[in-house]
Design a binder for this molecule. Structure first.
Ligand code: C5P
Length: 227
């Protein structure tokens, strides 16, 4: 299991100050919409300048027509990130087109699919997808698997069932982790490291328990020792 730290602080400087504090650890860093839209490719370069061995997950959740998604995936290749994601609800043809387009590269990033956004409640989800969340999340995961993606973003509570219907090697990356049972904040359901282990999770995403801590490096160290 690997640790992916969410760089969710309000400014580039604050995010880079956090990266500086944890630069000696072998971890993944998650760059999301907010930072990428504001700070762009320079932000990725600045992270790599602090430590070129940091692995970066670009969390932009692509969703568009197949050709546009594949074009975007090729642009992402140029950024030198190690993982990115797309929405499974863009469909199998879109996911297939992305994976086909990346075939010409000797080395490509890990590509994950978002199944069901965890912010949906059942009623809202039904309104959009006309299906219940658990059933549709499994279907999306299976679609992503058949389209040649490497894994999915899901809740730790879905990880085991997704591996059962796809493959043990099909990766799961799970936000909503409170490594040692810390405050859940606005997360509805949180899992700790022991649970993530038991559910065969490949990547845990941790944000607030690290960046809100007085000593983020100490928390990272403690988590890594348990991975
Ligand atoms: O601070 P916390 O550990 O809750 O951060 C979790 C990170 O994972 C945030 O960047 C959040 O946007 C992201 N995320 C999530 N739930 C999802 C997808 C992404 O919490 N379903």
């Amino acid at each position: 299991m690997e640790l992916c730290i969410a760089l969710d602080l309000p400014s580039k400087d604050e995010n880079l100050a956090l990266v500086e504090k944890i630069k000696d650890y072998d971890v993944w860093l998650k760059v999301g919409f907010r930072s990428y839209i504001r700070d762009g490719a320079d932000f990725i370069k600045a992270i790599k300048a602090i430590n070129p061995d940091f692995k970066i997950f670009l969390d932009l959740k692509l969703y568009d027509i197949p050709n546009t998604m594949a074009d975007a995936a090729e642009s992402i290749m140029g950024l030198g990130v190690d993982m990115f994601n797309v929405h499974a609800s863009a469909g199998k043809r879109a996911m297939n087109t992305v994976m086909q387009r990346l075939k010409k590269y000797e080395k490509r990033p890990i590509v994950l699919a978002v199944t069901a956004l965890t912010s949906f409640n059942e009623e809202e989800f039904m309104d959009v997808y006309n299906e219940n969340i658990a059933k549709k999340a499994d279907k999306f995961a299976h679609d992503a698997y058949e389209s040649g993606l490497d894994g999915v973003v899901c809740s730790a509570f879905e990880s085991e069932s997704i591996k059962n219907i796809t493959s043990r090697e099909f990766m799961t990356l799970t936000p909503g982790i409170r490594p040692f049972g810390e405050d859940a904040g606005d997360q509805q359901r949180v899992a700790d490291i022991d649970y993530a282990h038991s559910a065969m999770v490949d990547f845990i995403v941790v944000g607030r328990p690290i960046y809100m801590a007085e000593n983020p490096a100490e928390v990272v160290e403690k988590i890594i020792r348990k991975l």
